[in-house]
Design a protein around this ligand. Structure first.
Ligand code: AMP
Length: 430
């Protein structure tokens, strides 16, 4: 299979070859043809599968085929849940449209709106946006969605997780009824299916499991450790391993800040990235991490979603996620593009049930290693600690233990991929 066979135009093929892509990824091979035919598409794909090109390439093809107007109305809208993802998708749109006469822009909150408004005023064909800033600028009359022909909802599951359902509904009302809709989601809960039903018309369904699914390519390891010794252990692993680029996942924003501080005190350059950080701080942290001046990036799940960090050698779960699918997303950050990677999880007694659910989901047992001096606490309770609860009070019953046992089925069984319709992450907007 080649990109040419998919029917993409020469200027797009030129941009693809400039990017160095040789063959379409599975999601691209499956999604591009129906999009080119003008059909609505419901795609199951997560970051790392090449999904962005899967919708961007055919979208640009369709727009460039139609005659251009002098005054450029917004003809394609790509909605993403996070600022980082919006910036990343926009960067892709720019690259793929380099040899086309199409203009694009990105808008998101946390930064001055003036330059965004000025760009839109000049006339653009493609707008990449997060919901809040989009609705804000629309209500100010700075943009109109009345001429949108193609609507892309990216990472729909995260949108719902982050509480954007009402915003999505409002955005839909601002666009014409007759349009092409593309919806991408990594998981398919009841709520996602309901949303798909309201947005899409007779959609073609396509699915791609990530090329580097956790299970085969990534070396996974668990260090059982006492909760209070996790920081010491992570510092030891990074220092003694002389690791240069490590993505660390923390379950909470507060935890991410604290860990970052402790790393810096131990002489390891580190930065935190989460929802409470300003856009400037987030961009700076990510840039530092990519150029090597920051060794450790500590992130929460939602903030990390969509970050494109190529060839990441190490991912550490400082805490296991309480939603098992997030484990797969997290470790999918390593071993990308065929490179091998290592994913390490520091697991204390209270995370035992999380570990079991994850192992059930990925359908394998993860090797356990105990490091001398960082042994688990034999007296600690295995009951999950509720978020925000004082650690010392964590020995009673917790509601988390119940919800966690709902996970079932292997990651590869798509029908079972997400039984999380009723689950809510405990740290909802991180
Ligand atoms: P995405 O899932 O869209 O975030 O893409 C993940 C990564 O794969 C990005 O770094 C893309 O540049 C890269 N990528 C996308 N399509 C291809 C392809 N056909 N061949 C090689 N790399 C690709």
């Amino acid at each position: 299979m080649s990109f040419k066979l998919l029917g993409l135009s020469e200027p797009l093929l030129k941009a693809i070859s400039k990017k160095g892509y040789e063959t379409p990824s599975p999601i691209q091979a499956k999604a591009i043809p129906p999009v080119l035919e003008g059909k609505d598409v419901l795609a199951s794909a997560q970051t790392g599968t090449g999904k962005t090109a899967g919708f961007t390439l055919p979208l640009l093809h369709l727009l460039s085929e139609n005659p251009k107007e002098k005054y450029r109305p917004i003809r394609a809208l790509i909605l993403t849940p996070t600022r980082e993802l919006a910036a990343q998708v926009y960067a892709n749109v720019k690259e793929y449209s380099e040899f086309l006469n199409l203009r694009s822009a990105v808008i998101f909150g946390g930064v001055n709106q003036k330059p965004q408004v000025a760009t839109i005023k000049q006339g653009i064909d493609v707008l990449v946006a997060t919901p809040g800033r989009l609705l804000d600028l629309e209500s100010q009359g700075a943009l109109s969605l009345k001429r949108v022909e193609i609507f892309v909802l990216d990472e729909a599951d995260r949108m719902l997780d982050m509480g954007f359902l009402r915003d999505i509904e409002r955005v839909m009302k601002l666009m014409p009824d007759k349009r092409q809709n593309l919806m991408f989601s990594a998981t398919f809960s009841k709520d996602i299916k309901k949303l798909a039903y309201t947005i899409l018309n007779n959609p073609v369904q396509v699915e791609a499991t990530p090329e580097n699914t956790a299970v085969e390519v990534i070396q996974q390891k668990v260090h059982r450790v006492a909760k209070g010794k996790k920081t010491g252990l992570i510092i030891k692993l990074i220092s003694e391993g002389n690791w240069k680029q490590v993505l660390v996942f923390s379950r909470t924003k507060h935890g991410a800040n604290k860990l970052t501080k402790n790393m810096i005190s131990a002489g390891i350059t580190a930065a935190a990235i989460h929802g409470n950080k300003s856009q400037g701080a987030r961009t700076k942290a990510l840039a530092g991490f990519k150029n090597g001046s920051v060794r450790v990036l500590v992130a929460t799940d939602i903030a990390a979603r969509g970050l494109d960090i190529p060839l990441l050698p190490h991912v550490i779960n400082y805490e296991l996620p309480n939603i098992s699918e997030d484990y797969v997303h997290r470790i999918g950050r390593t071993g990308r593009a065929g490179a091998s990677g290592e994913a390490i999880s520091l697991v204390s007694a209270d995370e035992t049930s999380y570990l079991r659910s994850i192992e059930k989901l990925i359908n394998m047992k993860i090797d356990v290693e105990i490091i001398e001096g960082f042994e688990p606490d034999p007296n600690a309770s295995t009951e999950p600690i509720k978020q925000g609860q004082n650690r010392n009070q964590g020995r009673g019953r917790s509601s988390n233990s119940k919800s966690n046992s709902r996970n079932s089925g292997s990651y590869n069984k798509s029908a079972n991929r997400n039984k999380s319709s009723n689950r809510r992450r405990s740290d909802n907007r991180n």
